[in-house]
Structure formats: C-alpha cells, structure tokens
Design a protein around this ligand. Structure first.
Ligand SMILES: *Cc1c(COP(=O)(O)O)cnc(C)c1O
Length: 232
C-alpha cells in the first residue's frame, strides 16, 4: 500500500470511529480529499484507491487538475475564496462550490452554469467565529441569502459550510459546529428548504464536526501530508 492510500484508509477509519461514537451511520458522512497544492498524480493515486471527491481552493490550479484528470470522472468541489472574475471557470469545471458568501457570486455562478451541465451544488459559507478577517456570510444574514440563492435556476442549494477559528478549547469548537447545524435546521424548518449538507470538519477536528452532524468533512493534511507554506 502506498503512503497516500494508507493515509486515506486511516482517515476513513477515523470517520467510522467518530460515527460509531456519535451513533451515526458512516454512510451519512462523505470524505472530501482536499488536494490543493498537491499534483494531479497524487489525486490519481487516491482515485485508484477508491476516493472519488476532491476539493480545491485555487481556481487556476484546480481547473488544471480537473482538465488533466477528466477521464477519471471525479467529483470536484471548489472550497476556496471566490472572486467574481473567476466565477465562470468555477461554474464550468466544478460540481460543487462550498464557499458562496454573497448574492452576487451566486448570481454569476447561476448565469454561467451551462445548460448541458447539472445544476451546480452550492453551500453558503458562514462566518461562525465572527472574525472580521475571515470570509463567510454573517450568521444573521444567512436566512435571507439562503432564500435568494435557493431561487436561482442553475444552482442547487445543498447546505452550509464553515471553517471555525482554530481553538484548543473543544467546547468552543463544538459550539461553532453546533451553531452551523442549528442554522441549517432552522432554514429547513422555517422555510421548507431541504438542505442535506453540513460541510464542516478538517484534519484536526473532523471527529468533533461529525459529533455535531457534519455530512462532508474536508480533509487535506491527514491524507496528503503537510503543505509547503506559500504554495502555489
Ligand atoms: C485547506 C482546507 C481544508 C483542509 O485542511 P486540513 O487541515 O489540511 O485538513 C479544508 N477546508 C478548506 C476550506 C481548506 O481551505
């Protein structure tokens, strides 16, 4: 077994373990392998080991891998900050965008999503830690944004995503994840939406996120190893 597939196996076991502890079905949590800064060859090796969904943060780099590996029919998720002038490339190359944080980006993605593709799956990124510097919609603006995004024709609003501020305090982190879940539940109950996705949890905290209801965990370092600072 290669190092990559051994890491993948270990992460899958961690997910199963967290599901058992939370009394959840492991099939209710999917693993998004975050391949940013790592080459297409590494993605191909993981695909051969059975991993199907990959996450990218940078538009140019991500589109390059999507094109290079088109024959493998993988699922590609865009998870990074998205500028308006790059939205078309994302709408053309990816099946999912986790980082919608304002209406303008959602409108552009909807307009730019080609009719021959399935609607683009999107999550609204929520700034659960309330830091001015971090991206994500403010929690109090999420209800109105979600209703507007849900009405766009070429998008399918699937749920919410968050990247809580790192904390050594497990209770604080759990509280952030719980906040995202409660927000999602409110949207479903109050407005009749059918949001099935909570994209939360990374290498260091996926277990806590699963305990609070994560349906997609986004894992980079624990699969690919440490990223070199500043790349690409
Ligand atoms: C890089 C990244 C991840 C993966 O983080 P790791 O700590 O390496 O697992 C997950 N989500 C987003 C949005 C990221 O940018």
């Amino acid at each position: 077994m290669t190092a990559l597939s051994a890491n993948l196996q270990a992460v899958r076991e961690r997910i199963d373990q967290a599901c058992r502890q939370a009394g959840r079905n492991p099939a209710s949590v999917s693993l998004l392998a975050v391949s940013k800064t790592f080459p297409a060859e590494s993605v191909a090796a993981l695909a051969a080991a059975g991993q199907h969904a990959f996450g990218e943060n940078y538009v140019q780099e991500g589109c390059g891998k999507v094109e290079a590996l088109a024959a493998l029919k993988l699922d590609w998720h865009f998870i990074g900050p998205l500028q308006s002038n790059k939205s078309r490339l994302v709408a053309q190359h990816f099946q999912w965008v986790h980082s919608v944080d304002r209406l303008k980006i959602a409108q552009r993605l909807s307009e730019q999503r080609a009719a021959h593709h399935a609607p683009l799956n999107v999550c609204i990124q929520v700034n659960v830690s309330g830091e001015a510097s971090k991206s994500g919609a403010a929690p109090e603006s999420v209800e109105s944004l979600a209703l507007e995004v849900a009405a766009l024709p070429r998008l399918r609003l699937r749920g919410l995503m968050a990247i809580p501020e790192p904390s050594d305090d497990v209770a604080v982190l759990r509280g952030r994840f719980a906040q995202l879940r409660e927000l999602r539940d409110t949207l479903n109950e109050r407005y009749g939406l059918a949001l099935d996705t909570l994209s939360m949890g990374m290498s260091s905290d996926l277990d806590l996120a699963i305990a609070e209801g994560a349906s997609i965990v986004r894992v980079g370092t624990a699969i690919f190893g440490t990223r070199t600072a500043g790349t690409p």
